[in-house]
Design a protein around this ligand. Structure first.
Ligand code: ADP
Length: 362
């Protein structure tokens, strides 16, 4: 396999809709994937992620819309002519064949001569760190090794686009995390435009250049991991990625307020009728020494404390009765000073950590 970066292809999806009876699996989806980008489709089960991937692969024909790879329309192009490699959640390996047989399969379909096929399969196996495994049977491999075989099969014919549907979901947490880093490195090495499907927000944050959050067949937000976390477009995105407290705001003389807290006034849609104040639990400082200069300082009463190993989570009631969550990293001195139920605490929050979001899309 040529491990030099190849010419990757950008993908342009325009106004794609796919219905199954009354279900709108994809509802007027438009999306650009840049050349060589690692883009993740993230959303709950049934949101339309796999349907979109199947449209890209050519296994599902949408009701309407356009799909371009580079400048060429491919919506009518059959899967095997699309220059697309794909891995599936179930691996979809042939259990009765050897590793070599599985990885060589796409080359056999493409009538690649035997000698060249042997070289290319071995190189693909080396790329996924399975050099010398060609003669093994699939049922002699661990889950992680099977996943690597599936990846080798997807990249062996050097496609310019790689599609991956929940490739790590069958693996346990440790191996999954290790494979996330491996797949990311592989992407950097091969440079293929990659569209990756997962429902796991941490996996999406770890791996992606950009993430498209999908719900009910629509794209809620397309942004870098950092922008999604820091500036979610709406409540659905904020809720799906990370933990948050949402507080209702009021308007005073046209200004959005929450009590007399100093807020960062740059809501994406400042006139939205259902604006909410979003606060991430880890951005609140619980100060043993009282108020922090320059921050919003507000009292609350602790009503729950949960020890979670690397951190602890405090639930507290503020003066107006609202509940708020605070996460505090576990470090030496914290362990002895963990608050207990009934304590009055002072919380500090920098104005730049107050995020106003559109609350209408739950
Ligand atoms: P996800 O991958 O996000 O879990 P899917 O794309 O598989 O979601 O499904 C989106 C919606 O389309 C779901 O409501 C699902 O039941 C429906 N759907 C998907 N494929 C089919 C199909 N072949 N026939 C009927 N309904 C389908």
């Amino acid at each position: 396999m040529n491990t030099e970066k190849q010419d990757a292809l950008p993908i342009t999806v325009t106004n794609v809709t796919k219905t199954y009876g009354k279900v709108r699996a994809l509802d007027d989806v438009s999306l650009d994937v840049k050349s060589g980008e690692f883009l993740t489709l993230l959303g709950p089960s049934g949101s339309g992620k796999s349907t979109l991937l199947m449209v890209l692969a050519g296994f599902t024909r949408p009701d309407c819309g356009s799909l371009k790879f580079g400048g060429s329309e491919v919506i009518r192009t059959p899967p095997h002519l699309r220059d697309v490699g794909m891995t599936f959640q179930s691996y979809a390996l042939f259990p009765h064949m050897t590793v070599f047989g599985n990885v060589g399969y796409p080359l056999r379909l493409r009538k690649v001569p035997k000698v060249e096929m042997r070289d290319r399969v071995e190189q693909a196996l080396e790329t996924v760190q399975l050099g010398g495994f060609g003669d093994r049977r699939i049922d002699q491999l661990s889950g992680g090794q099977r996943q690597r075989v599936a990846v080798a099969r997807a990249i062996v014919f050097e496609p310019r686009i790689l599609l991956m549907d929940e490739p790590l979901s069958a693996l346990d947490k440790k191996l999954r995390e290790q494979m996330q880093i491996e797949l990311r490195h592989l992407h950097e090495k091969l440079g293929m435009t990659t569209v990756y499907v997962t429902h796991d927000q941490r996996e999406a944050l770890t791996m992606s250049d950009r993430i498209a959050v999908v719900n009910h067949g629509r794209i809620m937000q397309l942004a870098t991991p950092r922008d999604l976390y820091e500036r979610p477009a709406n409540r659905f995105v904020a809720d799906f990625i990370g933990d948050s407290t949402f507080l209702p705001v009021t308007r005073r003389n046209g200004q959005v307020c929450y009590g007399d807290m100093a807020l960062k006034h740059d809501a994406p849609a400042p006139d939205a009728p259902d604006l909410l104040l979003m606060i991430r639990p880890e951005r609140i400082v619980l100060s043993d020494d009282g108020p922090v200069n320059g921050a919003n300082n507000f009292p609350a009463t602790v009503n729950d404390v949960v020890y979670q190993g690397d951190s602890y989570l405090v639930q507290a009631r503020m003066e107006d009765g609202s509940q708020i969550s605070i996460r505090r990293a576990m470090r030496g001195s914290n362990i002895t000073s963990m608050p207990v139920v009934g304590d009055m605490i002072t919380m500090s929050l920098a104005p730049e950590d107050t995020v106003l979001i559109d609350g209408s899309e739950a």
